[in-house]
Design a protein around this ligand. Structure first.
Ligand code: NG1
Ligand code: MG
Length: 558
């Protein structure tokens, strides 16, 4: 299975470029980065880690409810060149960058200034272990979750490597092999930030890989290295680490982006499921179809918006799941944060650790589309329903006493709202989860030639359009520019068009017939006001056809 494969670690550039399946352009970027690293740090890098961004074809805001999603990695990626820093052994006054594990991080983009950071030991927040609240020691890096800073994602990747591979108690040791080494690194990237193409996950995955590699945690056992070595860590393990790491930046995200960035291959999209465990299977895309990304140019600031947007949705969908479980008589542990996926599973008698087959799941999702009506807020007057429910009403619907509700649903996440939408969010999630399965089925049928090409594209397009409407009206994660851009895309001949990623700005994805891509792009250029007058590279920066790309990898210099 894809998630059990090892992370590719290349030692041969021709092989690397072959597997990336791309052009000279890529080779030039890798070369330039290595040369620039040498210029800045005085020696060749030891490794370059690569992680791609992704486009989500369908399945928005359902990964954290543990439903399957359908993204593909894109060719745009983050590259991190890194190498161990040689530290003078005896200096009269040691500087921060002489300390074990210290990092000098630079970015090729000048708007992202150089950073130096040093991990420290500290007591972690109290954790419950059995009956006791204990304070464990951990490696710590200061991450500012209040504002968007480029180095936060580098630190997030490093965090997990430090805490998984180095014991904080060893900070007092004199045995240098037990300590993380001082590292220089240089970042470059072509995934636009805040655009829904997951530059954040690409940064975190690349950073995790870079720190693993430079600390010698990725190499195969000696003797195993051939032309393309086999690393010890599996793709699934890296996804888990990158997911934990990304949460350090303050967004309680699901695992779609990290999984897509790590596991994808160059010829297909991925159907990724998270329940009962992470699984990814390739989905062939129909011949003659192209997915075009167009950036609305509204930047969605995750760090600032999380409390009122993303994290709020996470809480609303979780509380909605508990409320539904209660209404439907589905058993839930007192402190359990049951997800919408588990509610439908348990309702249909799915045992723990088992997985319903697709046909059953689809039936269950259709049923949930009806059951969810029980969550519709009671109205006292016109417009009430739109408001949702208050905190007090929400606690009552959950059936938990207030202190327990606070502990289970609010103590670990920051949200800011006076009203909560359990009904609309759950309704979106169940319908969107069903659309993902229908989309996947249509792709599989087309691959078996049991349906003609154009009918498939129309079916896929319609599912994408329904997804957009649901994101706009029920999940309320669209914005006027995204609504406008998807509408213009349909007028320009797309079979379907929707926002991709978290929304509230960022990119749309449109399904376009291969032979119409050029005219499609031109028409959007002429009709979407912020694109007017753009040509050549400037136009290609904001609207471009994507090709599925291969997942994250590392190149090792000799
Ligand atoms: P973006 O913001 O596009 O990277 C986010 C989450 C995903 C998923 C989508 C919505 C992160 C890292 N990722 O993606 O897990 O929930 O929103 O489908 O926040
Ligand atoms: Mg992101």
């Amino acid at each position: 299975m894809a998630a059990e494969q090892p992370i590719p670690l290349y030692t041969n550039l021709t092989e690397l470029y072959g597997n990336l399946g791309t052009s000279l352009n890529h080779a030039l970027r890798w070369n330039d980065l290595a040369e620039e690293f040498q210029k800045r740090f005085g020696r060749k890098p030891a490794y370059i880690a690569r992680a791609p961004g992704r486009v989500n074809l369908i399945g928005e805001h359902i990964d954290y409810a543990l439903f399957g999603v359908l993204p593909a990695a894109i060719e745009r990626d983050i590259l991190i060149a890194c190498g161990p820093r040689v530290v003078p052994t005896s200096v009269p006054t040691p500087e921060p960058h002489h300390t074990p594990g210290s990092v000098i991080a630079e970015n090729l983009q000048t708007k992202y200034p150089r950073q130096i950071f040093v991990p420290a030991r500290r007591l972690s927040t109290a954790q419950e272990i059995g009956e006791d609240r204990v304070h464990a020691e951990e490696w710590h890096l200061d991450i500012n979750t209040k504002e968007l800073r480029w180095e936060s994602y580098v630190k997030a990747g490093y965090y997990g490597v430090l805490n998984h591979y180095f014991a904080p108690s060893d900070l007092a040791t004199t045995q240098s092999d037990k300590l993380p080494i001082p590292v220089d690194l240089l970042v470059t990237g072509t995934v636009p930030a805040g655009s829904g193409l997951s530059s954040s996950a690409a940064m975190v995955v690349a950073s995790t890989l870079a720190f693993l590699a430079v600390n010698g945690k990725l190499d195969a056992q000696s003797g195993e290295i051939t032309s393309s070595a086999v690393a010890r860590l599996t793709k699934g393990e890296l996804v888990k680490m990158a997911m934990e790491n990304e949460k350090r930046v303050g967004v309680n995200s699901g695992g779609m982006d990290q999984a897509a960035s790590v596991i994808s291959n160059a010829s297909s999209a991925l159907y990724i499921t998270f329940y009962p465990t992470l699984k990814a299977t390739p989905v062939p895309l129909p011949a003659g179809s192209v997915f075009v990304c167009a950036n609305s140019l509204v930047v969605s600031d995750k760090a600032v918006g999380a409390k009122r947007q993303y994290n709020l949705r996470v809480v609303e969908t979780l509380v909605g799941a508990r409320a539904l479980a209660r209404i439907l008589g589905v058993p839930v542990g007192e402190k359990e944060r049951i997800t919408l996926r588990e509610v439908v599973g348990r309702l249909l008698g799915e045992a723990k650790g088992e997985e319903l087959d697709v046909a059953h799941l689809m039936k269950g999702l259709e049923r949930m589309g009806r059951e969810v009506e029980a969550l519709r807020p009671k109205t006292h007057g016109e417009g009430d329903e739109e408001l949702g429910v208050t905190m007090e009403e929400m606690i009552e619907i959950s059936g938990l006493p207030e202190d327990l509700f606070q502990e289970v649903y609010l103590s670990w996440v920051e949200v800011e709202a006076t009203h909560f939408q359990l009904y609309k969010r759950a309704k979106h999630v169940y319908a969107e989860a069903l659309r993902v399965l229908q989309f996947r089925q249509a792709c599989l049928d087309a691959a078996k030639h049991s349906v003609d090409g154009n009918t498939t594209l129309e079916t896929l397009g319609q599912l994408m359009n329904e997804s957009q409407t649901s994101c706009a009206e029920l999940f309320e994660c669209s914005c006027p520019e995204l609504n406008d851009l998807t509408q213009l895309a349909r007028q320009a001949g797309a079979f379907g068009s929707r926002l991709t990623g978290a929304g509230w700005g960022g990119c749309t994805v449109s399904l376009v017939a291969e032979d119409r891509v050029e005219s499609f792009i031109e028409q959007i250029r002429d009709t979407y006001a912020p694109y007017q007058g753009l040509e050549g590279e400037a136009l290609n920066e904001v609207i471009f056809a994507t090709r599925p790309s291969s997942g994250a990898c590392v190149y090792k210099f000799d």
